[in-house]
Write a protein that binds this ligand. Structure first.
Ligand code: ADP
Ligand code: 5GP
Length: 191
């Protein structure tokens, strides 16, 4: 059986990664398995443990690092985020395409660990403008003003690292963006 792709999707906070992902997983042809990350961040209203994230304490997160259970991990605006290793491997060897929604430093770690794996696909979503990004973060109404400012500041650092991605896709119109990402994945599935 053909091993599944490992698709990494990144982009600044508020660009629309989660929204795009929810559209992609509806497409049964893509056969996507979304890898749920672990985080020390507190859940936002409506977020579900085990489905949006595994919400854990700092102590638990550090234990997972010490036990080498994370494929990668990084700090983002005061919290830790990481990818549990076990399911990624298991699903890919069962032929499923695994989707990671992670930030830029985590992507660097995966790329160096999986060097030479031609089935790793990296996609970076960008907003049509910084003003539009700010208006999306604000429109989501999930963050305090301080967290919004930190996320916008972090965005500049992230944009500097976008050259490590194979594909840069503008999330202007949602369905256009989803189509472009979908076509990228289809083309890599057929290689
Ligand atoms: P991320 O996961 O990258 O932090 P979200 O998916 O939570 O971002 O999207 C942030 C906000 O922007 C949400 O309110 C979402 O509905 C909105 N959004 C996402 N994509 C678009 C788009 N193409 N046009 C307008 N608004 C969008
Ligand atoms: P948020 O708090 O908005 O859910 O996520 C903040 C940032 O952390 C986003 O850029 C998101 O993609 C990233 N992120 C989520 N899960 C992981 C993960 O497992 N590893 C890494 N490195 N980043 C993650």
């Amino acid at each position: 059986m053909k091993r599944g792709l490992l698709i990494i999707m990144s982009g600044p906070s508020g660009v629309g990664k989660g929204t795009v992902r929810l559209e992609l997983v509806k497409d049964k042809m893509l056969d996507l398995f979304y890898s749920v990350s672990m985080t020390t961040r507190k859940p936002r209203p409506g977020e579900v443990d085990g489905s949006d994230y595994y919400f854990v304490s700092r102590e638990e997160f550090d234990r997972q690092i010490a036990n080498d259970n994370l494929l990668e991990w990084a700090e983002f605006v005061g919290n830790k985020y990481g990818t549990p290793r076990d399911k990624v491997e298991e699903k890919r060897s069962n032929g499923r395409n695994v989707l990671l929604e992670i930030e830029v430093n985590g992507t660097s770690q995966v790329l160096s660990k999986l060097k030479g794996d031609n089935d790793v696909v990296t996609i970076f979503l960008v907003p049509p403008s910084i003003e539009e990004l700010e208006s999306r973060i604000r429109g989501r109404s999930t963050e305090t003003e301080e967290a919004i400012q930190k996320r916008l500041a972090r965005c500049k650092e992230e944009l500097k690292l976008k050259s490590q991605y194979e594909y840069v896709v503008v999330n202007d119109d949602l369905s256009r963006c989803v189509d472009e990402v979908r076509n990228i994945i289809y083309s890599r599935m057929s290689k």
